[in-house]
Ligand binder design. Structure first.
Ligand code: PEP
Ligand code: MG
Length: 868
């Protein structure tokens, strides 16, 4: 049946499946559109025609039936199928074998044999009565069906009588009458209240239309093999080439539900199907290779990997449908890259097709989706990936276990800087308190450690070293538990895991991302290990090196404490002189790793009391080592305590009040840079960054001091120094006064963690307590510590960017809060004209892809074939 043979309504109510692009999905539905596309690709799609939404609406409301094409000579059967606007909206069931009646039996008998032809007729009467008149098949009587032709004839005569008496009309013998009645019935079914509620629940709009498709059916022949199946040529879990699917062989050539059938594997080793018997490859090798070719042709033609529904008729393939292959995040990357490599899509499309956050599935171990999860607690998924280990409750226990090569999950009410080494030793970290930018969350993301924070329903009983779940279960130290830091779940036991995968398609896609993006991606890295991880993820530099983390190591924190507690400037300087070589060594190592790339060192930021010994035991220990009286240490710690330390003496205020600290740090940076750059290889350009600035006078003062240190080091070392000095914009005032700051700064870097905290007046360490309620109630669309608040914080940043650039057009702008790895925030940074974002090392791949997508935004986004 050719399109031109079809009588067309002026409104294109009816159109042939070979009408190509004229068959628009918005008018005829998704399936009809797809079949037209497959037909246009030259694939063996059974001929047919489609009825538009408007036409179906009309006939469902009792309007006139449009002129339908002739259904051909007796014995030619047709299928009537639904074609809604999106697959998810379903549609009334298909009716097969339209056209069977007394006149068709002769032709069918020739192909199938008389008994098979009559059996098919018998089944159609029942199916038609059900679809069109709502008659329960039971009304035709159940029990053993006669197997021979004579018995079947008697049975059919009975059924026709029952039909006539129940429906008040004779069973329609003419194919045209059968088709029209069925089309009207399906149209009405779509308009029924139940069908409407069901599809609206699946996201359909109230006025969603239904198209109908009429397609020729080739009833099985005795030439065999006959059957139906589904096939795809990529593995849904990895995206690698593989035959997946199954095949149901019709033993008697009857078709689905019309006779016995046997499931066959596509070929040996295929992922699905089969019970050890022959494979499709053995019984119909040509068909399997034709199906493989069809998959390849569809992939090139429609730009995606598809799963094909097919029938086999006497060994010949007919394609009934194709839907995009279901895939997990890893397979999605492999499929997109492979499609681009064969030219089915271009690289930009491949880049736009992958959700950046889905890349976390490549970066970290994941719980196997098929594994059972015995979840006993939930919190915020603060650092993605999954980890299993024995429960421990102290950093020391985690370190001791690591020394014995045992894997642990460290559970704490919340973590503090002293826990960092324990965190490094653990496989995962769980805290009962804290939000997305709490200490545990930031450190865990930095080192790529799965982490769940704010699991408030869990009770941590430190004295008994146990964790009590809301369901009453008690998990003691040593219990085997698993964290899913992506979902924020805590589980009992050790579910099966899938290992990370960073090579192959993943790295190829990211190479393409780098070629497509014009927004820099740097890493927040505080240690050589993090710098190495970041370099492995091919960063453009370090955007934030938080120097305070360098002082928490056991052998350093003591000197740091001596420096803080020093009573005289001389004593303070003596402690700083001991810290200098340690700090310099840190920078030398990081600069070496980052050769040729910018490294932004942030001067000391946290309030000093964070470094001081905590409980009486620690104080006593420190006092014993230093020879100070415990009371003196306690009193000094008390002196330093602040009511609101995050708004107290921290950041640049420390630098202003205790200039020797920043002087030591600047010296360490400069000496390290000179040492590393003596070697002629790619030099490093250090960037020194001043935290928590709120007025340009602070910058001028600190800058003058740092420049003086630079000059001194240059003179001492007889070397020239190239460095930049910049400012963190993390107070609202700094954002508003960015014009002033830009006059004394080479760069401004938005510290969006503090900027969010201060713009909202919302503690980043305490927001976890209520954030979930706020998001659930819709008060916040998202946790603003996770995804940048574009309306408020974003506006401040735009003001700062424009005032800064107006004053200093060469000003470099960056973002280095946790938002640097959040795709919408990355997009914002690109649109706002920033030069780079900086994020945790393990977020770097996500930011690279998000940055590429942001750069490609000007082009039309790729359309996915989910029909929605
Ligand atoms: C910030 O505030 O965004 C920032 C990067 O600094 P920190 O998280 O160390 O306060
Ligand atoms: Mg900050």
């Amino acid at each position: 049946m050719k399109a031109q043979e079809i009588i067309r309504d002026p409104n294109e109510a009816v159109i042939g499946l070979d009408a190509g692009d004229a068959l628009r999905d918005a008018v005829f539905g998704r399936r009809a559109w797809k079949l037209a596309q497959l037909t246009a690709l030259g694939l063996p799609v059974p001929a047919g025609f489609a009825l538009s939404f408007g036409c179906v609406r009309e006939i469902g409301a009792g309007g006139a039936m449009p002129a339908l094409p002739d259904l051909g000579p007796p014995g030619r059967l047709h299928a009537l199928r639904s074609s809604p606007g999106a697959r998810a909206w379903s549609g009334p069931d298909a009716l097969l074998d339209i056209g069977i009646g007394e006149a068709a039996i002769g032709a069918l008998t020739e192909r199938l044999g008389e008994a098979a032809a009559l059996d098919r007729y018998r089944r159609f009467i029942a199916a038609f009565a059900h679809a069109v008149h709502g008659l329960d098949p039971e009304v035709f009587g159940s029990g053993r069906e006669p197997g021979d032709a004579a018995g079947l004839r008697v049975r059919i005569a009975d059924m026709l009588d029952v039909f006539a008496s129940r429906c008040g009309t004779a069973f329609p013998q003419a194919p045209k009458d059968q088709l029209e009645a069925a089309a009207r019935a399906l149209a009405r079914a779509w308009q029924g209240a139940t069908a409407r509620i069901l599809r609206e629940a699946r996201g359909a709009p109230p006025d969603a239309g239904l198209g109908l498709i009429v397609q020729e059916m080739a009833p099985g022949t005795r030439a065999g093999p006959d059957g139906e199946g589904a096939i795809q040529t990529v593995d849904s879990r990895s995206g690698a080439p593989a035959f997946e699917g199954d095949f149901w062989r019709f033993e008697t050539g009857y078709g689905r539900a019309l006779g016995p059938r046997t499931r066959l594997a596509l070929r040996d080793g295929a992922a699905e199907g089969g019970g050890g018997g022959p494979t499709l490859a053995e019984i119909a090798p040509d068909a399997l290779s034709a199906l493989g070719d069809a998959c390849a042709r569809i992939a090139r033609g429609l730009g995606d990997a598809y799963r094909i529904a097919f029938v086999l008729q006497g060994g010949a393939v007919a394609i009934l449908d194709a839907v995009p292959v279901r895939r997990n995040a890893r397979a999605a990357v492999r499929i997109a890259v492979d499609l681009a490599k064969v030219g089915a899509i271009d690289r930009d499309q491949a880049l736009l097709r992958i959700e950046p956050l889905s890349l976390v599935e490549h970066l970290h171990p994941q719980i196997d989706p098929a594994a059972r999860r015995d979840v006993f607690g939930t919190g915020l998924g603060a650092s993605p990936g999954a980890a299993t280990g024995r429960l421990v409750f102290t950093a020391e226990a985690a370190q001791a276990a690591a020394a014995r090569d045992e894997e642990t999950i460290l559970a704490r009410v919340e973590t503090s800087p002293e826990d960092i080494r324990g965190m490094h030793s653990a496989r995962g970290v769980l805290t009962m308190r804290g939000g997305m930018t709490s200490h545990a969350a930031v450190i865990a993301r930095g080192i790529g450690l799965p982490c769940v924070v704010g699991a408030r329903e869990l009770k941590l009983d430190a004295a008994r070293r146990s964790l009590i779940a809301p369901d009453g279960r008690v998990f003691r130290e040593g219990a085997l538990v698993t964290l899913d830091g992506t979902r924020g779940e805590v589980m009992a036991g050790a579910p099966a895991m899938i290992a990370p995968e960073l090579g192959g398609a993943f790295s190829e896609l990211l190479d393409w991302a780098d070629a497509a993006r014009d927004l820099g991606v740097r890493a927040n890295a505080d240690t050589p290990g993090e710098a190495r991880a970041a370099r492995g993820f091919r960063v453009d530099g370090i955007g934030l090196c938080r120097t305070e983390h360098m002082f928490f190591a056991a052998e350093r924190v003591g000197v740091m404490r001596e420096m803080i507690l020093a009573e005289t400037e001389e004593a303070r300087q003596a402690a700083l002189d001991r810290l200098l070589p340690m700090q310099r060594a840190d920078f030398v190592e990081i600069f070496e790793i980052m050769r040729g790339l910018p490294v932004t060192i942030r001067l000391l930021d946290p309030p000093l009391h964070e470094f001081l010994p905590g409980g009486p035991e620690e104080i006593a220990e420190f006092a014993a080592v230093t020879g100070l009286a415990a009371e003196v240490v306690t009193a000094r710690a008390r002196d330093l305590a602040e009511i609101n330390p995050m708004l107290g003496m921290r950041g640049v205020r420390l630098g202003v009040v205790m200039p020797a600290i920043y002087a030591m740090q600047a010296r360490a940076v400069f000496e390290a840079a000179i040492a590393v750059n003596r070697d002629a290889r790619a030099p490093v350009v250090p960037e020194i960054m001043i935290p928590l600035v709120s007025a340009n006078r602070e910058v001028e003062l600190v800058k003058a001091r740092i420049d003086a240190v630079a000059s001194a080091v240059e003179a001492e070392q007889d070397a020239r120094l190239a460095y930049k000095l910049g400012v963190m914009v993390e107070t609202p005032r700094a954002a508003l006064r960015a014009g002033d700051l830009a006059a004394s700064s080479a760069f401004l870097s938005f510290g969006t963690n503090d900027l969010t905290q201060m713009t909202y007046g919302l503690s980043r360490d305490d927001a976890g307590r209520f954030m979930r309620d706020y998001v659930n109630l819709g008060l916040f669309a998202e946790d603003p510590f996770r995804s940048l608040d574009l309306e408020g914080v974003g506006e401040l940043m735009l003001i700062a960017a424009s005032r800064g650039r107006a004053r200093n057009p060469a000003l470099t702008l960056g973002l280095c809060g946790e938002h640097g790895g959040d795709p919408p925030s990355v997009r914002f940074s690109k649109l706002a004209g920033f030069d780079y974002v900086s994020c945790s090392p393990f977020r770097v791949p996500i930011a690279r892809l998000a940055a590429a997508q942001a750069s490609l935004l000007v082009r039309a986004p790729a359309v996915s074939d989910d029909g929605a």
